[in-house]
Design a protein around this ligand. Structure first.
Ligand code: FES
Length: 316
């Protein structure tokens, strides 16, 4: 279980009309827990929701601050709206220590594909790699318009393609992905349609070369129906493709606690007694993945799965 920090917002400023940058620091000025590019923190927003936000700076051993960017989603469940409405300079927030479900692996070359606010973890990676003047770090950054593009002025180099769909339509990714290359790692973060497109267009690549940031249920790949068996009473719960395991269990009358409902806090973790799991969260450790799953985003990897309440067996 990651520890929680109480951090103070020392800067809050709009990068675009919908994206605000927040700088979080220890109120006493101390160093913060280490992190590497691709890491995220879970912030308890003033309205009470827990939300995972990628850290946009490259990090290191003793960072003095965590920087997150939050895109306001008025159609969302209130987390981003609360960050925009309720958080100002001086606000104190409960923030988890960083966790990293999207680590930057060594590679001779890279192709980064960022869609919209998906630039946040990718900016940290690109900045880390380019800090020493390194080349072979290509970026495709896809947004709707220049006005809606955070960090636009940072990505004008010879290895950067910044594409705005307004007036130009979507970028054709195929020329960038047609030829698989074991010397290239592809990292992609963005909205679900972009993630699906990249998955499809890299189906002929070695799977280990493709890295996708999958924070939310909406950002995951194809979902198939399965059956969950609730171990305490043997209840059989169909989980259709459009419903999460969490939602299906609740509809069937099973009580499961949740908070973020985006795979970043671990509140909805269940014990897995039988069956395969398609883990889609960003919070579980390797050990936790062996015998449990988070019900809000992860799915069965087999037609049937047997689950029950989670009991943390870690010694206290
Ligand atoms: S509710 Fe946060 S991981 Fe499921």
């Amino acid at each position: 279980m990651s520890s929680e920090l109480r951090l103070r917002v020392s800067e809050a400023a709009d990068l675009t009309p919908a994206v605000r940058r927040f700088v979080l620091r220890d109120p006493d000025g101390g160093a913060l827990p280490a992190y590497e590019p691709g890491a995220h923190v879970v912030v308890t927003v003033p309205a009470g929701h827990k939300r995972g936000y990628s850290l946009v700076e490259p990090g290191g051993a003793r960072p003095r601050e965590y920087v997150v960017c939050v895109r306001r989603d008025d159609a969302g469940r209130g987390g981003s709206a609360s960050m925009h409405r309720d958080v100002t300079m001086g606000t104190e927030l409960v923030v988890s220590a960083p966790a990293n479900g999207f680590p930057l692996e060594p590679s001779p070359r890279y192709l980064f594909i960022a869609g919209g606010i998906g630039i946040t973890p990718i900016r940290a990676m690109v900045r880390r790699l380019r800090a020493g003047g390194r080349t072979g770090v290509r970026l495709l950054y896809l947004t709707r318009s220049a006005a809606e593009t955070p960090f636009l002025n940072e990505f004008g180099g010879p290895e950067d393609t910044v594409h705005h769909s307004d007036g130009h339509g979507p970028l054709d990714l195929w020329p960038h992905l047609a030829v698989p290359d074991d010397d290239v790692r592809v990292y992609c973060c963005g909205p679900a349609p972009l993630m699906r497109a990249v998955r499809t267009l890299t189906a002929h690549w070695r799977a280990s070369r493709i890295h996708m940031e999958e924070f939310t249920a909406a950002g995951t790949g194809m979902s198939l129906p399965f059956t969950a068996v609730w171990a305490p009473d043997g209840r059989r719960v169909p989980v259709p493709a459009h419903l999460s395991l969490l939602a299906a269990l609740r509809r069937a009358g099973v009580r499961v606690d949740s908070s973020c409902e985006a795979g970043v806090c671990g509140t909805c973790r269940l014990t897995v007694l039988d069956g395969e799991v398609d883990h889609r969260d960003a919070v579980s450790t390797e050990k936790e993945r062996l015998g449990s799953m988070v019900a809000c985003v992860s799915r069965a990897g087999s037609p049937e799965i047997v689950v029950g309440p989670y009991e943390n067996e870690e010694p206290v």
